[in-house]
Ligand binder design. Structure first.
Ligand SMILES: Nc1nc2c(ncn2[C@@H]2O[C@H](COP(=O)(O)OP(=O)(O)OP(=O)(O)O)[C@@H](O)[C@H]2O)c(=O)[nH]1
Ligand SMILES: [Zn+2]
Length: 200
């Protein structure tokens, strides 16, 4: 956890264990290059620090971001939507990039939260090895549990590097997932309303 914090403050400061650097050297060698040639000498440490940064979500407690809540918002009692939040994650199957946008909406109950915190929750889960379905569910469940709203809607659209740069090699394909909880799950009119806002 403290090592992950150091990685956020300045990745160069994160010490890289010898066996981690050696693992990267093994891969470089296996793909057909010479890990001892000049241009690749510092690469194993850079790669290790880059992965610590990609996966910094393991040291980031998503619930913490929802711990500062507000009661009073001038009587506002309608849907709150944070739309088009860009994010990057990595798939747990190939550790290839997942790049996309998330839309997070909720219908407040008693509490609201600073709007940036919704993006922080997303990034805390995204910076782990993921599948898009789990990422979508984790973000929605976390908001549902800690903010106790009347409804939560999370929609994620993303492209998967493991489908574009390798494997089926099909660029331009987008995967779309959604998780609706509370009124957005139970009441079709509320769901239509939130989806119309997201798709507007
Ligand atoms: N459902 C889902 N599948 C994903 C996600 N990210 C990657 N995948 C898929 O995970 C699957 C892994 O399939 P495997 O057959 O075990 O691996 P593979 O031989 O590398 O498969 P190909 O990608 O088809 O070459 C692939 O179909 C990927 O497209 C995700 O977020 N959600
Ligand atoms: Zn993959």
């Amino acid at each position: 956890m403290s090592e992950m914090r150091d990685a956020q403050a300045g990745p160069d400061k994160l010490p890289v264990p010898a066996e981690v650097a050696e693992a990267v050297r093994t891969i470089i060698n296996w793909v057909g290059d010479d890990p001892m040639r000049e241009g690749l000498l510092d690469t194993p440490e850079r790669v290790a620090r880059a992965w610590a940064e990609y996966c910094r979500g393991y040291g980031d407690d998503p619930a913490y971001h929802l711990s500062r809540i507000f009661h009073e918002v001038g009587g506002y009692d309608d849907i709150i939507l944070l739309k088009d939040i860009p994010f990057q994650s990595h798939c747990e199957h190939h550790m290839a990039p997942i790049i996309g946008r998330a839309h997070i909406a909720y219908l407040p109950g008693e509490y609201v939260v600073g709007i940036s915190k919704l993006a922080r929750v997303l990034h805390a889960f995204a910076h782990r090895l993921q599948v898009q379905e789990r990422l979508t569910a984790e973000v929605a469940n976390c908001i549902w549990e800690h903010l106790k709203p009347q409804g939560v809607a999370v929609v994620i659209e993303a492209t998967h590097g493991c489908m574009t740069g390798r494997g089926v090699r099909t660029p331009g394909v987008t995967m779309k997932t959604s998780r609706m909880l509370g009124v957005f799950r139970e009441d079709s009119k509320s769901r239509e309303e939130v989806m119309a806002l997201i798709e507007a």
